[in-house]
Design a protein. Structure first.
Length: 401
């Protein structure tokens, strides 16, 4: 009798274990299926609702070794040819840190958590974060509802060298609520068994794997929000396309932290070139309605004429419009702010307009369809009395002829 009872108990334990194992397997399979459906749905929604072309580059799920990833490049011209991000036209916050004092807390920001200060890296001022437990800052704007229903956010973050700094985990969180408690978007880079993996997610589900790119280098983050639809790019790669974002954004906060096994000083993380603007994405409609499209989102280094690659989203959209409307022609007009000599600004604005024309011609548009004009600091939109006003005046207009 005792032997029979023992056999019965053993049978029940095996049955329970089998049931539990099957449940766990089905749970994992369900999760993977849901992730696949989400990715497929995001791509289909973007193509059918917005008429966007497929802007995602082919990707592999194979993670790369840290040595391979250290020199990987996400910055080639061909990759940026598929970039479709268009920044907003009305800049409400812009900080290039040019007037900041090194060693001090950045004057146009508020500290929520941790530690931050202005530093100089390779001759350029940046914000560095040093607290191991996490660092959160937010623009020093009085309103707690300044983003609105149509906005874009851009900034650059430094991805450190994981091997040299002995970093095994880096976290980058974005907050869209004034309490800065629950992270609304989470980006994570993690070293696992000699491999460097990255992904982005929000509170509901995983968004996309990250093409981490070169370490000890800067990477550009672009965010657009349009009446509930949320898109996010890491360099030229779109990593989020959510048709109904589960957050109502009102403010912007950014958190950076990492964990390191280094016995030296804790590795610093860095941020620069933060730009928040209202609008974005309605290029074709504005050309039809106004006969022109005016943008301050084509960015150059101060006094230079080389177009920065994150600006190519605008160029790519203009190219598509010209290809779709073969009888259209544009006069490209360049403007500057009021800094510097008038004659130099006039010359610089024309050279920048020419650089924009050349970027368009390189994608197959006939040079005969484009003319250029430089106006320097003429026709200012405002008094040039703040970084935001200067950013709005540094613009390029595409005027339909």
């Amino acid at each position: 009798m005792k032997k029979t009872t023992n056999l019965l108990v053993a049978f029940l334990m095996i049955f329970a274990f089998t049931q539990n194992s099957e449940a766990q397997i089905w749970k994992r399979l369900k999760k993977k299926a849901e992730e696949a459906l989400v990715k497929g749905a995001e791509k289909k929604i973007d193509q059918t609702i917005n008429g966007d072309e497929d802007e995602d580059e082919p990707s592999s799920n194979d993670s790369k070794s840290i040595d391979d990833e250290e020199f990987a490049n996400n910055d080639t011209p061909n990759l940026w040819r598929n970039f479709r991000f268009v920044p907003g036209e009305n800049v409400v916050f812009y900080d290039d840190l040019t007037t900041e004092e090194v060693g001090e807390f950045p004057a146009r920001w508020d500290l929520v958590k941790g530690s931050a200060e202005v530093a100089e890296l390779d001759g350029e001022k940046v914000i560095i974060f040093m607290a191991e437990a996490g660092n959160t800052i937010t623009p020093l704007i009085k309103s707690t509802d300044y983003l609105g229903n149509e906005f874009t956010i851009e900034y650059d973050i430094l991805v450190p060298n994981f091997r040299q700094e002995k970093i095994w985990w880096m976290e980058h969180n974005i907050f869209f609520n004034p309490k800065f408690y629950n992270k609304d978007v989470h980006i994570e880079l993690r070293e696992q068994i000699g491999k460097l993996n990255g992904w982005a997610s929000n509170t509901k589900f995983k968004i996309e794997d990250l093409p981490i790119g070169a370490q000890n280098d800067w990477h550009h983050i672009s965010i657009s929000y349009y009446h509930g639809k949320y898109k996010m790019y890491y360099d030229s790669k779109r990593i989020a396309n959510i048709p109904r974002f589960d957050v109502t954004p009102t403010v912007f906060g950014i958190n950076l932290s990492c964990h390191s096994n280094s016995k030296k000083a804790h590795p610093y993380l860095a941020l620069k070139n933060v730009r928040i603007a209202h609008g974005g994405g309605e290029m074709y409609k504005k050309i039809i309605a106004d006969g022109k499209y005016v943008t301050n989102g084509i960015i150059f280094d101060s006094g230079k004429t080389e177009i920065k690659k994150p600006s190519l989203g605008i160029i790519n959209k203009i190219v598509k419009i010209l290809k779709d409307n073969s009888d259209w022609t544009f006069n490209i007009v360049g403007y500057t702010d009021n800094d510097g000599d008038d004659d130099l600004n006039l010359k610089l604005s024309e050279e920048r307009a020419n650089a924009v024309k050349q970027a368009i011609v390189e994608q197959g548009i006939s040079t005969d369809r484009l003319t250029v004009t430089g106006k320097g600091k003429a026709d200012p939109l405002n008094n040039n009395s703040s970084p935001e006003e200067k950013a709005n005046n540094r613009r390029v207009a595409f005027i339909k002829k």
